[in-house]
Design a protein around this ligand. Structure first.
Ligand code: AMP
Length: 549
């Protein structure tokens, strides 16, 4: 019997504390610019931010927070949220980020399920928490992220002012040594059915994910980058921006509560010389509209990273052709920290025809190293990577959740440890993945599947269309057929015939939507994605012309 020979390398813990120590030592003058409810132009350095994080750690200690306790944040992207990320996580507590746009009953469930001890809340979100305070079961106090002059009036006991707490605290703090497997952050996914489910990130998974996201064939932040994360810090750790940027000393530009405001984003990009911005497609629709209306440009912006839902090709084309900005399409999910795939142009991309380039750009990209993927049919048999076969996408790897927090009633993981993403996808011969749908959004017509994302892409390339969504509606003969729902651009009123003509030659005939309906706006989820669930509810009584009695 031969014995394994173990390596002789250091067992160096992969913790968020190490990212902090590195950033403070190597990049003390790293810049952080924030828009907040109480200051439209706050500026500080990494070193000032970490000094305040140490004060905050003393405050948390004095409040009696214990190792492993959950501390909730309901906050926008700004320097205070960064302080919370680092002070909570490096103290050995769990930073539980909550989306302020969730319905109150979801916030109630999440806070009680997580057993949060304290809630740190943005001044603008305080009214929501104030109303819910009586139903929270474990919360000992609420801290409002502002100064004394801006504190809201409240009849609640145990409401503190963040700046006052910090002012009285020492900025000397000995960070504890942590086990890399300890939890550092918690984020609930707002599933469309049932209660939200908690994903509990560890220090180790967070650091490995940040290495993965910071690689050359990945998002790859650079020291010279000025980074605008429009992806919220309350949703999947802002795609690791708070960690990756600090590893390399990039400048951070935080839009605070102005995330959805195209004008603020354009002004920040130009004033702070932003080189890379990250967000969901709807955010970029707002920015592009503002640029088109105002005639402004975004000269310094080199790249946008777009994910969260399929990025319409029309957005990528507008960024590239009109503003010289490359769009990098990425796919991931809360359960994956979130990075799964990223679509950087492969070798030989320049030689492809414009049509081939466009088709490739629409895909979600190749898996980052660290994410193992497979597609399977309904019986769990693996399907070929030929770009044609599509099936349920399963993943595994060191930054993918192995179970949901305090839940054993889900069947997302199989016996071999693969996690079922709930997405349906193809994989091509070059390892490039393309999502065709969420499994529950896929349209099944006569036993064959129609991709709603492909149809939405064609609709979005029509010049009069601002936003488009496709849902399946019941059909007697085919079981389901696609219905296209359109928001026209302001001042435009295309007909159904105009829109459908635009589809001719671009899709198989049997994929042609059976009808087009026009609406003023589409329902969105709390994270800015089109809510197909609510759209289906909205059209629950709708009958296709061919099936209407
Ligand atoms: P969440 O956990 O809220 O971030 O949602 C994750 C889900 O968003 C994924 O399972 C996909 O269905 C969807 N998603 C994320 N990125 C993309 C993308 N680039 N294209 C299509 N769908 C995406």
């Amino acid at each position: 019997m031969s014995e394994p020979l173990f390596g002789l390398m250091m067992d160096y813990p992969l913790t968020v504390t190490q990212i902090m120590r590195h950033a403070e030592r190597v990049y003390p003058n790293g810049e952080i610019v924030s828009v907040t409810a109480d200051n439209p132009n706050h500026r500080c350095t990494y070193s000032e931010m970490f000094a305040r994080a140490r004060k905050l750690a003393n405050v948390l200690d004095a409040l009696g927070v214990k190792r492993g306790d959950r501390v909730a944040t309901l906050a926008w992207n700004d320097y205070r949220h960064m302080e919370l990320y680092y002070a909570i996580q490096c103290s050995g507590f769990v930073c539980h980020t909550i989306n302020p746009r969730l319905f109150p009953d979801q916030v109630e469930y999440i806070v009680n399920h997580a057993e949060d001890q304290y809630i740190f809340v943005d001044k603008l979100v305080f009214p929501l928490i104030e109303k819910l305070a009586p139903v929270f079961e474990t919360v000992k106090g609420i801290v409002v992220l502002t100064d004394e002059a801006n504190m809201p009036d409240t009849a609640l006991d145990n409401v503190h002012c963040y700046e006052t707490l910090l002012a009285d605290a020492s900025d000397v703090f000995d960070w504890p040594e942590l086990d890399e497997r300890e939890a550092c952050a918690l984020c609930y996914t707002s599933g469309t059915t049932g209660h939200p489910k908690g994903v509990l990130y560890s220090h180790r998974s967070t650091v490995i994910h940040a290495f993965g996201a910071n690689g050359g064939e990945s998002i790859g932040f650079r020291n010279h980058d000025s980074v605008l994360p429009v992806v919220p810090m309350f949703h999947v750790n802002a795609w690791a921006v708070p960690y990756c940027t600090l590893m390399v000393g990039s400048k951070l530009v935080f839009p605070g509560p102005k995330m959805g405001d195209g004008e603020t984003l354009a002004n920040l990009i130009n004033a702070e010389k932003v080189t890379i911005a990250l967000g969901v497609p709807t955010v970029w629709l707002g920015l592009l509209k503002h640029l088109q209306d105002s005639g402004k440009t975004v000269e310094t912006l080199e790249r946008t990273v777009v994910g969260g839902s399929a990025c319409p090709i029309a957005i990528m084309d507008a960024f590239r052709e009109q503003y010289g900005v490359e769009t990098i399409h990425a796919w991931g999910m809360t359960e994956m920290s979130p990075l799964g795939t990223i679509n950087l142009p492969p070798r030989g991309f320049e030689e492809l025809s414009p049509e081939q380039q466009s088709a490739l750009r629409a895909k979600q990209g190749r898996p980052a190293f660290g994410v193992e993927m497979k597609i399977v049919d309904d019986d769990g048999n693996e399907l070929p990577w030929d770009g044609v076969a599509f099936g349920r996408l399963k993943v595994r790897g060191p930054w993918i959740c192995s179970a949901y927090y305090k839940r054993n009633d889900t069947d997302a993981h199989d016996a071999d440890g693969w996690f079922d993403t709930g997405d349906v996808a193809t994989m091509d011969t070059m390892g490039v993945m393309q999502i065709t749908d969420r499994a529950k959004d896929v349209i099944k017509s006569g036993g064959e599947w129609i991709s709603s994302i492909d149809l939405e892409n064609v609709a979005m390339s029509h010049p009069d269309v601002a936003e488009a969504a496709v849902i399946g509606v019941p059909h007697e003969k085919w079981a389901e057929r696609p219905l296209l729902v359109i928001v026209p651009k302001p001042g435009k009123s295309p007909t159904a015939g105009d829109i459908l003509k635009h589809f001719e030659g671009k899709i198989a005939n049997w994929w042609m939507p059976d009808d087009v309906q026009f609406v003023d706006e589409l329902p969105h989820t709390a994270t800015g994605k089109i809510s197909k669930l609510n759209l289906r509810k909205q059209f629950a009584d709708y009958k296709l012309p061919s099936t209407a009695a």
